[in-house]
Write a protein that binds this ligand. Structure first.
Ligand SMILES: Cc1cc2nc3c(=O)[nH]c(=O)nc-3n(C[C@H](O)[C@H](O)[C@H](O)COP(=O)(O)OP(=O)(O)OC[C@H]3O[C@@H](n4cnc5c(N)ncnc54)[C@H](O)[C@@H]3O)c2cc1C
Length: 505
């Protein structure tokens, strides 16, 4: 019996496996595909945008350098480590196909954005992410079995079983990370609710005979949207009510007809090397846990890829769930800790679904959609509008309600840095929480000793303490508690017990 069986070796299942392996759990990952490589995961169709929050998750586990190398990124996503003020972001991305100007971001409105080696989003490929995470998971003792399709789930008070054919895999917990068409979701009785699609989207790797007839980048047109990149990557949105998706194979003739319609040209596709379709169906399970079965990533929420948020949301799920499930497995989790996973992550998933729905509404090629598009374009051109979208795209909008008024609590911790150059991100590699004590008399030292195996205590003056005397950071990088001026020991101990269970000594 394993501590945890994860169904699905996609990026979310693998990230979660690494988190659990790091925390000393025995983990088995079951993957349907017989082998990990697929042309859909490689360049160009496997291209994915990682938000700054996701890049930071890799940084915090010591995988940033490997991520950059595996993704072929030579443009460091970090900032000058000695800078005292963060620079404006290098990119913001787009909202509903409308590109934003990073120079318009109001950096002063983002007081918790400190200089860090991981403060920009980046482009990567699914294959790069999965290879990196599989290698890391194996190093941490995780077993990954390919060619195993889970077809039944059973559970009782003590354990859960994932079944594949005649073979049963028992564990104390099963996590479904098996993607948008999740089998675990249905087999374990999760309710999946949401809205039906308005369009069929396509991505293809194609040779275009007369590519000069198409414009580069993202193009909103009176009949939909198309995207052309230099490496033969073409994306399209066709507002057919989602009728085409998966009903037939996307043939060259069909793809050319759609491309001609949405681009308003007579462009010719001389060859289509690879193509797939998707829709903007937006659905979410009503909870992320049923007994001993949990869901993460696309298994828990699906939506259109507009704004590139699915993988980022899934990595956020894995970071949030990993340490809580590990604490539960090891028996020191305080009551209710595991249920905070749904409580914190479900509203984030719902927000991402709405963010994608809003973009679809703005892109609709009817008079109402076009009218909204004009208004939104004007708003996006403002400093506030650009800053708002930047917060959404970078992940910095996320703040969990942890019941504290302190402006840092519930947020992703800024990469706080001590005067000796020690960075919070570097202190988080072993997956423990971190107590940073900036007070001159190191007043939390004695208290923190009570949770040594679950949190690291580090003291010293900070380059920029953001007005706090100490902060307690959870293993997922979220600020659990912050003290002002002279930190209150009793309050710190209450917070530590609340998140990490009673003291060890
Ligand atoms: C065109 C496109 C562009 C996108 N761009 C972005 C982007 O820029 N940024 C972003 O954040 N997101 C993007 N996304 C979304 C992103 O790709 C997904 O959200 C992400 O891949 C989900 O990861 P996952 O691990 O949850 O699921 P998946 O990647 O789907 O992995 C699930 C795994 O489970 C396995 N599995 C399924 N059923 C079973 C079973 N019964 N038994 C065992 N194994 C099973 C599958 O084989 C698969 O390996 C995009 C999506 C599309 C379609």
């Amino acid at each position: 019996m394993h501590d945890v069986v994860i169904v699905g070796a996609g990026p979310v299942g693998l990230f979660l496996a690494c988190e659990l392996g790091l925390a000393g759990c025995s983990v088995l990952v079951l993957e349907r595909e017989p082998e990990p490589h697929s042309p859909f995961k490689a360049k160009p169709l496997g291209m994915r945008g990682l938000s700054a929050a996701s890049v930071e998750a890799f940084y915090r586990r010591g995988m940033l350098h490997q991520l950059l190398t595996a993704s072929g990124v030579h443009d460091d996503p970090g900032a000058d480590p000695d800078a005292h003020e963060p620079s404006p972001p290098r990119g913001v991305g787009h909202f509903a196909g409308m590109m934003l100007d990073p120079a318009q971001v109001d950096v002063a409105a983002l007081p918790y954005r400190l200089p860090s080696p991981a403060m920009e989003g980046m482009l990567t490929y699914l294959e790069a992410v999965e290879t990196l995470l599989s290698e890391q998971a194996s190093r941490l003792g995780v077993e990954i079995r390919h060619g195993v399709t889970v077809s039944a789930i059973a559970q009782n008070d003590e354990s859960a079983v994932a079944q594949a054919g005649e073979q049963e895999y028992a564990a104390r917990w099963v996590v479904g990370c098996d993607g948008g068409r999740s089998a675990v979701r249905g087999l374990a009785g999760f309710e999946f609710v949401g809205t039906e699609p308005q369009f069929t989207g396509y991505t293809m790797h194609a040779t275009v005979a007369d590519s000069e007839k198409l414009r580069s980048g993202i193009n909103l047109t009176p009949t939909g949207m198309y995207l052309q990149l230099s490496d033969g990557y073409i994306g399209m949105m066709d507002f057919d009510g989602g009728a085409f998706d998966r009903s037939q194979r996307p043939t060259r003739d069909h793809l050319q007809a759609v491309l001609r319609r949405v681009s308003g040209t007579d462009v010719t596709l001389s060859d289509v090397h690879l193509a797939s379709s998707f829709t903007d169906r937006a659905m979410q399970t009503t909870t992320y846990r049923r007994g001993r079965v949990l869901l993460a990533g696309d298994a828990a929420h699906i939506h259109s890829p507009l704004g590139g948020q699915g993988l980022n949301t899934g990595i956020g799920d894995a970071m949030n769930l990993g340490w809580k499930l590990a604490a539960t497995v090891h028996g020191y989790a305080p009551d209710g800790l595991l249920d905070t996973y749904t409580r914190e992550r479900h509203p984030i998933g719902a927000g991402v679904l709405d963010w994608s729905r809003a973009q679809v509404a703005v892109m609709r090629p009817d008079p109402h959609g076009q009218a909204v598009q004009g208004v939104v374009r004007d708003l996006l051109g403002t400093r506030d509008g650009t800053t708002y979208v930047f917060e959404r795209m970078s992940g910095s909008w996320i703040r969990y309600d942890l019941g504290s008024e302190h402006p840092l609590v519930g947020r992703n911790a800024p990469d706080l840095c001590l005067e000796d150059g020690t960075r919070l991100g570097d202190l988080m590699r072993d997956g423990r929480g971190v107590a940073l004590d900036f007070s001159t008399d190191r007043c939390l030292r004695g208290s923190a000793m009570g949770w040594q195996s679950r949190m690291r205590y580090v003291a010293g003056p900070a380059r920029n303490d953001l007005g706090s005397g100490a902060v307690l950071v959870r293993p997922d990088g979220v600020v659990a508690w912050a003290g002002d001026g002279t930190p209150d020991r009793a309050a710190f101990e209450r917070a530590a017990s609340h998140w990490f269970g009673g003291p060890e000594i």
